[in-house]
Design a protein around this ligand. Structure first.
Ligand code: PMV
Length: 286
């Protein structure tokens, strides 16, 4: 039997602050209770991909960025929707690095995960802000401002439902689109930044947090990154008892995040599932 080594990492959701984080405001993101497991098996010959629930032409390039060229089979298992702004590439990166370190009989520190995780993220995203793989590596909730060290954030773990539009938004294009609409969208970007600061004072009040999320979704619409489908998914969640709902991530597709009262996830999930894929999880991961 060949030796096998595994690593796991969660996915992430942005609670508040997408797009305004690009222009220097703070954002709140958190790891979720779904994620990715990587299994490394020692084999003869060049490093190769075995089983994978992620299909992407860039996968081998990403693996080569951080693994030895020879001697490994890489199997990848994920229950995250891929390409929907839930950090599937970041979870892959961090799970891979944890498996690599396990094979070497050690636990990787944050500096290694941060540095080498970025090498993998760049294969998929060009020049990302770095928020995704920081949150995924740290776990829990994180307060993030571009250019500063991410800070862990204490907050309760809330039940949420993730509604999947089934469409991948192109983060680069959406960010460029917002930039092209400045300075017209600057007041909305400013307000999105303020909503993060308000939320930081309401982290223990899910009703207040829900209201802030709803306003954030409206402002994200004003800067041009929502879609009629995303608006409809938010309305559906709210009609079925969600305390708040907003797109999460770059928009243009991706997912809607619905904050639920305790025990309220089943109703939102059932209503959503008549139309689209939806699943319940905890934010931050429990
Ligand atoms: O697509 P995601 O979930 O990684 O979200 C992108 C978030 C943006 O603020 C739109 C861009 C960024 O680099 O922070």
């Amino acid at each position: 039997m060949s030796a096998t080594f595994t690593g796991r990492a969660p996915g992430k959701l942005i609670l508040l602050g997408e797009h305004s984080v690009v222009v220097g405001h703070r954002a709140i993101a958190a790891a979720v209770s779904r994620g990715t497991t990587v299994r490394l098996t020692d084999v003869e010959g060049p490093t190769r991909l075995g089983e994978s629930s992620i299909q992407d032409d860039r996968l081998m390039t990403a693996l080569r960025a951080v693994l030895p060229a020879e001697g490994l089979q890489v199997d990848i298992f994920t229950d995250l929707p891929v390409g929907r702004g839930m950090g599937s590439s970041a979870a892959l990166a961090i799970a891979l690095l944890r498996a690599r370190a396990a094979r070497e009989g050690r636990t990787p520190d944050f500096a290694e995960l941060h540095h080498d995780g970025f090498l993998v993220e760049r294969v998929f995203h060009g020049n990302p802000s770095g928020l995704d793989h920081c949150v995924v590596a740290m776990g829990g909730a994180v307060l993030y401002r571009r250019g500063e060290a991410p800070a862990p954030l204490q907050m309760p773990s809330y039940p949420v439902v993730v509604l999947d539009s089934g469409v991948a938004g192109d983060t680069g294009q959406l960010v460029a689109g917002v930039a092209s609409r400045r300075p017209g969208v600057d007041p909305a970007l400013m307000r999105l930044g303020e909503l993060v600061e308000l939320a930081l004072r309401s982290l223990h009040d899910p009703h207040a947090l829900g209201g802030i999320m709803c306003e954030a979704h409206a402002r994200l619409g004003e800067i041009g990154v929502s879609t009629p489908d995303l608006d409809e998914m938010c309305a559906l969640a709210l009609q079925n008892g969600a305390l708040g709902a907003k797109l999460s991530g770059a928009g243009g597709g991706g997912v809607v995040l619905a904050l639920c009262p305790d025990g309220g996830e089943a109703l939102v999930q059932a209503a959503a599932r008549r139309k689209i894929a939806a699943f319940a999880c905890r934010l931050p991961e429990a």
